[in-house]
Design a protein around this ligand. Structure first.
Ligand code: PLP
Length: 383
């Protein structure tokens, strides 16, 4: 068998390598996975099951049920002031499907996509699969890992079509302040670019308020907003994501996806509509729990020799600087896993700007976070 040239050197990403290593180990305290530890609430499961009993067991409409898309619009209007109609929404198989479809719809071979480091690794693979060219822009912790305008200018060429922004960000947990977003918006307009705004962590903000990029003046027609049910509503296994954007782009995305998935699981859509309409109080409850966990971990990390961690801002990730330990992020993470059975992700898995950092997901109980911090502290004393 001869694989396609572009996939003949396919290797697991730095993130997947850790996940695969953990599968073979026992008793690991897992701070590597970007998945809330809470199960989906039972009333959401009941809503999906009831829909099935009342006959929703057939193929879904290709773009998504109109009532489900309307629930997405209501949610975004209520929480973020974003005005959208169901015509401007596509229901996809996880948030992860959205950038992939957007790139297929938008890129001609050789078109360039700007990715802001450190970034969610699938973006780069999706650019490659769509025959585009990923152009990475470095960022620095001093600037909150937001892109500097000069760096964006240097990275932009006449072939640049799309800029991908992710705030609250994975892996940094940083939130790009509104002022910086406005600068980026002005740049996007000046260079006539489109912006893919990955806002999957919109519900998880601990400081300030989330700014939906599409609500900035003039940005709605240039922005494809990506959201989903995985992180906000603890529905990772349901695989529900969505895109909100210009109707023509949504139309083409829907047609491309028709040849790939033929719509999003009917029951998952019905459960999602219920969750979007009824679970605002739960979002607040869980945000509080994540904030407590993250504040605790930040405090513990900052007492450890060689480790410095900025306060939690968003998502459920912390991205401590570990350069003071003398270890590279890869060595730190693999030694910590092998010697202390605590799993994290090396910052380098998210691009060059992540070197010297590790990603910690606060997605387990306070009890396990306490144990993990005790073990990390003991591990650092052995260096
Ligand atoms: N975008 C970012 C930044 C993520 O961290 C994730 C998941 O970890 C996704 C998108 C995709 O999430 P899902 O496909 O579960 O909706």
């Amino acid at each position: 068998m001869k694989l396609a040239n572009r996939y003949s050197d396919m290797q697991p990403s730095g993130m997947v390598k850790i996940f695969q290593a953990i599968e073979k180990m026992e008793g690991v305290l897992n701070l590597s996975i970007g998945e809330p530890d809470f199960d989906t609430e039972h009333d959401i499961i009941d809503a999906a099951a009831n829909a099935a009993r009342s006959g929703f067991t057939h193929y879904p409409p290709l773009q998504g049920f109109v009532d489900v898309r309307a629930a997405v619009c209501d949610y975004w209007k209520r929480h973020h002031g974003l005005d959208a109609t169901p015509e401007e929404v596509y229901m996809g198989v996880g948030g992860i499907q959205i950038p992939s479809l957007a790139m297929q719809a938008l890129l001609d071979p050789g078109d360039e996509v700007i990715l802001i480091e450190p970034y969610f690794p699938p973006y780069a693979a999706q650019v490659k699969a769509a025959e585009g060219v990923a152009v990475a822009v470095r960022t620095r912790e001093e600037n909150g890992f937001a892109p500097a305008l000069d760096d964006l200018k240097r990275a932009t060429t006449p072939r640049t079509k799309l800029l991908v922004l992710n705030s609250p960000g994975n892996p940094t947990g940083r939130v790009i302040p509104r002022g910086q977003m406005e600068e980026i918006a002005a740049f996007v307009a000046e260079r006539d670019l489109l912006l893919l705004s990955d806002e999957i962590y919109e519900a998880l903000i601990y400081r300030g308020k989330h700014t939906a990029f599409a609500t900035l003046p003039g940005m709605k027609e240039r922005t494809l907003t990506m959201g989903g049910m995985s992180k906000s509503h603890c529905m990772t296994g349901w695989r529900v994501g969505y895109a909100i954007g210009p109707a023509e782009l949504i139309r083409v995305i829907t047609l491309i996806a028709a040849n790939q998935t033929y719509g999003l699981n009917t029951l998952a859509q019905k459960g999602s509509a219920y969750a979007l309409a009824n679970h605002d109080a739960k979002l607040i409850e869980r945000r509080k729990i994540f904030a407590e966990r993250m504040n605790y971990v930040v405090e513990r990390l900052n007492k450890m020799k060689g480790v410095a961690c900025a306060p939690a801002e968003g998502a459920f990730y912390l991205f401590p600087n570990i350069t003071g330990t003398g270890l590279s992020s890869e060595d730190f993470v693999w030694k910590l896993l092998e010697n202390a059975h605590v799993a994290t992700i090396p910052g380098s898995a998210f691009g060059e700007s992540g070197k010297g950092y590790i990603r910690i997901a606060c997605t387990c109980s306070m009890e396990n976070l306490t144990k993990a911090m005790d073990k990390m502290e003991a591990f650092l004393k052995t260096l």
